[in-house]
Design a protein around this ligand. Structure first.
Ligand SMILES: [Fe+2]
Ligand SMILES: [Fe+2]
Length: 350
């Protein structure tokens, strides 16, 4: 990241400030370590899983090449959407912090949210180990937070992770309410007196909003079966709120596959998954890599930088290019009635 790729100031018009963002996810630093205390902890599950093949699946020795490729793009900003570790151990976090150091020289140029593996044990969650090692790359001490990249671009960080025996996530509805407040939204009592809380459209949503959250709300059809057992259990509620916001990017990971798509029931969202850059897929279906996102005015283009193992080369695969994405309006496209949602309403989960 060089000096000439500076973050634009508030006096610059949006069209003059292309922003190049590198999106990484699911790096999964791992260490096989089992101590006596671990026999009574969830880490034993992760360690056995590692012994059964995870170490083969995530090639840590590929990391320097990934970092070199990222730096060669001279990004203005790097986002990492969680699962930096595998069992959230102290050593894994130390390795992750040291290994990613070349990308983390300036907290203003890197933003990170945790994945479920970064809260893998109750102890890691209670001790806020993720915050200890990567807190300076968040946008605030508690989720949600809003981190501004320029006067019209901001990252909204959400955290639905928890120490749980399953890989499912759950976003506390209090985070949605707080996020709504961060965007200048108001809460109003339900006029029918049922006690439910309604929220209106937040007026201060940044024009180029990037939601950073480990869990996708949904996935392209070929990944839906894989997502189901490790889904965000209340994705529907978050989706209803995001539908209010209009155009936004949603940067996620969790499913170790790169994609860029617009969900059918959330057409104003461009959902981006960076895949897992160190993953080794012997079948060759999922090339490991990361995403390069170029924001130019209201336009978005996304390229998947993927490593071709057999050829031993990087490929730059264009995934999507949407002119005027942030200026698009889809009148009535899935907007809830009266532009309101009920946070306490129960809906179908994915
Ligand atoms: Fe992961
Ligand atoms: Fe995950």
């Amino acid at each position: 990241m060089t000096a000439h790729h500076r973050i634009p100031g508030p006096d610059q018009p949006i069209c003059d400030t292309p922003l190049r963002i590198v999106h990484l996810s699911d790096i999964h630093f791992w260490r096989i370590e089992i101590g006596p205390r671990d026999l009574f902890s969830k880490r034993i599950v992760g360690s056995v899983s590692l012994l059964l093949g995870r170490a083969r699946a995530f090639k840590l020795d590929r990391l320097p090449a990934v970092i070199e490729r990222v730096l060669s793009l001279q990004p203005d900003h790097v986002v990492i959407s969680g699962d930096l570790t595998t069992t959230a151990s102290e050593r894994e976090f130390q390795d992750a912090r040291a290994g990613l150091a070349p990308l983390l020289e300036d907290p203003r140029r890197a933003t990170i949210v945790p994945g479920n593996h970064d809260r893998y044990t109750g102890e890691a969650q209670r001790s806020r180990r993720f915050e200890e090692y990567f807190g300076e790359f968040t946008g605030g001490p508690e989720f949600p937070w809003l981190k501004h990249l320029d006067h019209q671009t901001a990252i909204l960080g959400l955290d639905p992770t928890r120490a749980d025996l399953t890989a499912r996530g759950h976003l506390p509805e209090s985070q949605i309410v707080a996020a709504h407040h961060l965007l200048g939204g108001q809460l109003t009592p339900d006029p029918d007196g049922s006690g439910e809380v309604h929220v209106g459209v937040p007026p201060h949503k940044p024009r180029r909003l990037i939601v950073l959250c480990h869990y996708p709300l949904t996935a392209p059809p070929i990944y839906l079966l894989e997502l189901h057992p490790k889904r965000l259990t209340n994705a529907w509620v978050l989706g209803e709120w995001l539908r209010l916001l209009g155009p936004h990017l949603y940067c996620c990971g969790h499913i170790h596959a790169a994609w860029a798509f617009r969900p059918l029931d959330l057409p104003e969202q461009l959902c981006l998954n960076a895949g897992a850059p160190l993953m080794h897929d012997p079948r060759g279906f999922r090339s490991p890599g990361f995403l390069e996102i170029l924001l130019d005015g209201d336009s978005v283009s996304v390229v998947h930088h993927c490593w071709r193992r057999k050829q031993k080369t990087w490929d730059a695969l264009p995934l999507i290019d949407v002119a005027d994405f942030f200026a698009e309006a889809h009148p009535g496209a899935g907007r809830p009635m009266d532009s309101q949602i009920q946070l306490s309403r129960r809906g179908p989960s994915l």
